[in-house]
Design a protein. Structure first.
Length: 202
């Protein structure tokens, strides 16, 4: 609970600054949770964000704004809003309401922490009931089988570049077949970079 509270405070502080200034992608300063040999680094922050239609599958070159993760851009009672570089709210994108788009791209970079070396590393999506595609450094990362309560994992061990900036790209789309939330879309829970020893991982 303490970790969750600290994360919430940090996100609230970020939300009152322009995203280009508030976003901090240094995992050395991100919230870190440990449980025995398991280490999780928070990827919650402002991410680059680009609304898209369902048939748009090519990574866009322009039109990127910012969006605070976690948060949903679509669905009843959606919370967060898209922002421009100067921090202004963008309720519309190219003549349409942002919430009317059924898909979106999320993008950020990070440098793997030292505890990733020689260990299995996964992306852990705590609560996500939208369709998801994950790319790391330009390569599509397979998702592990669906876990209970809309949790998703993606093993990125072989895709990481140690000592370099890694680019993480997500394509998220509304999934009407998802339980409970129907046509909503976005990241409803925390995103973590999770590492642990190879033995017993899975």
């Amino acid at each position: 609970m303490v970790g969750a509270a600290l994360t919430a405070v940090a996100l609230f502080a970020a939300a009152i600054q322009p995203p280009s200034e508030a976003r901090d992608w240094d995992l050395g300063r991100a919230w870190c949770a440990t449980n025995g040999a398991l280490v999780r680094h928070s990827l919650n922050a402002y991410w680059r964000f680009r609304p898209a239609d369902a048939n748009e599958t090519v990574i866009p070159l322009d039109g990127w704004g910012w969006f605070l993760v976690p948060g949903r851009w679509r669905g009843a009672g959606h919370g967060n809003l898209m922002h421009a570089d100067d921090g202004s709210e963008m309720r519309e994108f190219r003549g349409r309401k942002v919430e009317d788009y059924s898909a979106a791209w999320y993008r950020r970079t990070f440098e793997p922490p030292t505890d990733c070396v020689g260990r299995c590393t996964r992306l852990y999506f705590e609560l996500l009931d939208s369709a998801l595609e994950v790319r790391l450094n330009g390569k599509i990362v397979p998702l592990e089988p669906q876990h209970p309560e809309s949790r998703l994992f993606a093993d990125v061990t072989e895709f990481l570049r140690q000592g370099e900036r890694n680019e993480l790209l997500l394509r998220i789309a509304a999934d009407p077949s998802a339980r409970r939330r129907g046509d909503s879309a976005g990241v409803r829970g925390n995103i973590w970079l999770e590492t642990r020893p190879f033995a017993g991982f899975g």
